[in-house]
Ligand binder design. Structure first.
Ligand SMILES: *Cc1c(COP(=O)(O)O)cnc(C)c1O
Length: 368
C-alpha cells in the first residue's frame, strides 16, 4: 500500500526516550542497575501521592474530571492566579504539543535552542510549523541569536530554564532585556521543568510575578521534583486567551483521574518536595566534588543533572557503563562528543557511578 504521508510528518526523527530500567536490563542481561539517565527522582514518588491514588482506585469506572477542577484550583491558588490561567496536561509534553497545534499555522516559525528538549521540534513539525534551531553559545542559550532569528513568521520561542541538557540558566535581568526586543505577538514559552532545583536566586522565574507579561507562558511538571514521571502531569500558567485556545485543542480528558489525584496530593506534600531538592543538591555537590578529585571536568548546573567531560568517546563510555549496570546519557547525538549527562541519584547510586567510571577510565589508560 502506498501511504500518503505529508512531508512535514515524514521528515520527523522519532523521539528516543530514555527507556525503562527493565527494558535496558532485559536487553543487556544486567540486574540491579542504577539509572541516572532520565533526570528522574531517585526518592521515588511522593508517598502522599501513592496513598491518594490507592484510595482513588475504586472510582476508576468513572471518567476523569475533564476540567481538572481540584488540581487546577490548587495550582491557581499556589501561584495567585485564576483557574482560567491554568491548563493541565498529560505531562508538559502535552502542553508543548497543544501550544504548537493551537498557534502555528502552516509554515509559521518557532525558535528554539539547539540542543535542547527534542519535543519542541517534534511538536512544531507535527503541527505543520517550521522549527528554527538556534545553536547554544557554549552551554548557554544564545538569546541574541534567537532575537536575530525572529522573522514576520515567528509565532513562538521556546526557552528552557534551567536548560536541559546543559544545566545553564537565564537570569531575570537578561530575560527582561530580551523581552524588550521580542515583538508583541510572539509567545515566549518558558519550560521550567527543573526550576524547583535552581539555586541561583537571580534566575528568571516566570511564576514569581505570573502574567505580568502576557506573552510569557510558564510550563512546569510533576515529573521531576515531585517524582511522578509515570503519571504524566504537567501544567502551564498563561494569559487566559491563550489558555482558551489550548482548551479548544486538547482532548477532553487529557489528564487521567489517577494522575490528577496523585498530582494534587504531591502538591501538598511540602516535606517530600523539600527532601527531593535537598537530596539532589547533595548528590550533585558530592558527585562534582569527587569528579574534580578524579580530574574530570563537570559543569555548573541549576537542574538535578549536569554534564561531565570524560575526554573520550561518550558513546563508548555509555556502552561500557551500561554493561556494568550504570545507565547514563551520552551527549554524542547532541553534538557533545565526549560529554555525559547524569542526574543525581541516592548516595549509594552516586558512589556506584563513580566506582564504575573510575575503573573504566583507568582501564583505558587514563585520560588522554
Ligand atoms: C523532563 C522534561 C520535561 C517534562 O516532561 P513531562 O512531559 O512533564 O514529563 C519538560 N521539559 C524538559 C526540558 C524536560 O527535561
Amino acid at each position: 500500500m502506498k501511504l500518503n504521508i505529508p512531508e512535514y510528518i515524514s521528515s520527523i526523527n522519532p523521539y528516543e526516550p530514555g527507556r525503562p530500567i527493565e527494558a535496558i536490563e532485559r536487553e543487556y542481561g544486567i540486574k540491579n542497575s542504577v539509572k541516572l539517565a532520565s533526570n528522574e527522582n531517585p526518592l521515588g514518588p511522593s508517598p502522599k501521592a501513592v496513598a491518594a491514588v490507592q484510595k482513588h482506585l475504586a472510582n476508576m469506572h468513572r471518567y476523569p474530571d475533564g476540567s481538572g477542577h481540584v488540581l487546577t484550583g490548587m495550582l491557581a491558588q499556589k501561584y495567585g492566579v485564576n483557574s482560567e490561567n491554568v491548563v493541565i496536561g498529560n505531562g508538559s509534553d502535552d502542553l508543548i504539543a497543544l501550544l504548537a497545534q493551537g498557534f502555528l499555522g502552516r509554515g509559521d516559525e518557532a525558535l528554539m535552542p539547539l540542543p535542547s528538549f527534542l519535543m519542541y521540534e517534534i511538536s512544531v513539525k507535527v503541527a505543520g510549523g517550521v522549527p528554527v534551531m538556534v545553536p547554544l553559545k557554549g552551554l548557554d542559550i544564545d538569546l541574541d541569536a534567537i532575537l536575530s532569528g525572529i522573522t514576520p513568521r515567528t509565532t513562538m520561542i521556546f526557552l528552557t530554564n534551567p536548560n536541559n541538557p546543559t544545566g545553564s540558566h537565564i537570569t531575570k535581568e537578561v530575560l527582561t532585556d530580551f523581552m524588550k526586543e521580542v515583538p508583541e505577538n510572539v509567545l515566549v514559552i518558558m519550560d521550567e521543568a527543573y526550576i524547583e532545583f535552581a539555586r541561583d536566586k537571580a534566575i528568571f522565574d516566570a511564576l514569581a510575578s505570573p502574567l505580568e507579561d502576557p506573552r510569557i507562558i510558564s510550563l512546569r511538571t510533576f515529573s521531576k521534583a515531585y517524582g511522578l514521571a509515570g503519571f504524566r502531569v504537567g501544567y502551564g500558567i498563561m494569559d487566559s486567551p491563550i489558555a482558551q485556545i489550548l482548551h479548544r485543542v486538547r482532548q477532553p480528558f487529557n489528564v487521567n483521574s489517577l494522575a490528577q489525584v496523585a498530582a494534587a496530593a504531591a502538591l501538598n506534600d511540602h516535606e517530600f518536595l523539600h527532601q527531593s531538592v535537598k537530596t539532589m543538591h547533595q548528590g550533585i555537590d558530592f558527585l562534582q566534588e569527587q569528579l574534580a578529585g578524579m580530574g574530570i571536568q563537570s559543569f555548573p548546573t541549576q537542574g538535578n543533572f549536569f554534564l561531565l567531560d570524560v575526554r573520550m568517546d561518550a558513546g563508548v563510555v555509555f556502552q561500557k557503563m551500561l554493561a556494568q549496570g550504570v545507565i547514563v546519557r551520552s551527549m554524542k547525538s547532541y553534538g557533545f562528543k565526549t560529554y555525559l549527562r547524569i542526574s543525581a541519584g541516592l548516595e549509594e547510586e552516586n558512589r556506584r557511578f563513580l566506582r564504575v567510571l573510575e575503573q573504566l577510565l583507568s582501564e583505558v589508560g587514563g585520560m588522554a
